[in-house]
Design a protein around this ligand. Structure first.
Ligand code: FE2
Length: 330
């Protein structure tokens, strides 16, 4: 049967996809769009149907759409099932490309207390000059000479060497080295399925007070591959109470990222997300007991904060040697 413009359809009765029978009587008194399609799995037809569904609101109220396919009811029902599974009859899979692996570890509070006690009792008291000069760059175990941190606002502001290579049986540094290297091993296995020789070869603690900050920088290691980490040991209450979810609202002096660590692994800014480029930076709120492990090339900075209290972190650099490469070298 051929139809032409102006023809009236008086009768139409066809099997419907839901198992019932569709009859023109069903839509009597309503406006309707009856459209005709090719075979049940035709991707173009599915796109058209999608278009129609997406524009449903533009057709007004009391409007029905009827799609008639040139195929058997069974094949239409099968295509409908596939459509549910896929997307408009098109098989879809996202191909998201990774740019960075960061690992977050929660260290038990008892271990954090032990590390803090060790720093307080062994490291900060090692040189009797500690606490006399802002920044403490003159004490014998200062590590400021090798770091870019601008940690100098308070008599207790300091960057102190942590003797991570102290292998004395049962020593706190020895235990810390074991934990860090275990975490680094897990990182490499999870991120790259890599078995490697790992060595946490240097470490330091940073004691920041109001106004202290750390400019954007990366870390150095001896080997070609390397990892770094930050362990948050003390966080002042005014930083603790900041809601990390609101970190992008910096208007009106919100202080939304005061004392946060800023990580940056690309050039995309906030407005790039509006043109479908993924963000390549993040502010991480310091949380006591949290250890962040990342590749040593990852640029990061620490925002200053105001108010009382110490923001204390521990960091270490880790040499990484892939065992596969070592094997090839003999
Ligand atoms: Fe750093």
């Amino acid at each position: 049967m051929k139809i032409k413009k102006g023809d009236l359809i008086n009768e139409l009765s066809l099997p419907s996809i839901n198992g019932s029978v569709f009859d023109l009587e069903n839509i009597k008194g309503k406006k309707a769009l009856i459209s005709f399609y090719r075979y049940s799995s035709c991707p173009f037809c599915h796109l058209r149907i999608n278009e129609t569904i997406n524009n449903k609101d533009n057709f007004g109220e009391n409007f029905e759409t009827i799609a008639i396919f040139n195929c058997s009811l069974e094949s239409l029902q099968k295509a409908d099932e596939e459509h549910e599974k896929a997307n408009s009859g098109l098989k879809v899979s996202m191909k998201t490309k990774l740019a960075l692996h960061m690992m977050r570890v929660e260290i038990p509070e008892s271990a954090i207390d032990e590390i803090n006690n060790y720093i307080d009792e062994e490291l900060l008291t090692k040189d009797e000059r500690f606490g006399q000069v802002k920044g403490n760059t003159t004490v014998s175990n200062t590590y400021s000479w090798g770091l870019v941190g601008q940690i100098k606002q308070n008599e207790k502001s300091a960057q102190i060497e942590f003797p991570i290579t102290d292998e004395t049986q049962g020593s706190v540094p020895g235990q810390v080295k074991t934990i860090i290297e275990q975490c680094a091993r897990t990182y490499l296995q999870k991120a790259f399925d890599m078995d490697a020789v790992i060595d946490a070869f240097e470490a330091w603690s940073v004691h920041s007070y109001a106004g202290d900050y750390n400019p954007l920088h990366d870390h150095g290691v001896v080997t070609q591959q390397g990892l770094s980490c930050i362990l948050y040991l003390k966080v002042p209450p005014q930083i603790e109470k900041i809601n990390a979810e609101e970190q992008w609202n910096l208007a009106n002096n919100s202080g939304a990222v005061d004392g946060f660590t800023y990580f940056q692994w690309g050039v995309n800014g906030r407005s790039d997300t509006k043109i479908l480029r993924p963000a390549t930076d993040e502010y991480v709120k310091p949380e006591k007991g949290v250890l962040m492990i990342f590749p040593n090339w990852l640029r990061h900075a620490v925002m200053p904060f105001s108010g009382e209290g110490e923001r204390r972190t521990f960091s270490t650099n880790i040499n990484v040697m892939d065992k596969l490469i070592l094997k090839q070298l003999g």
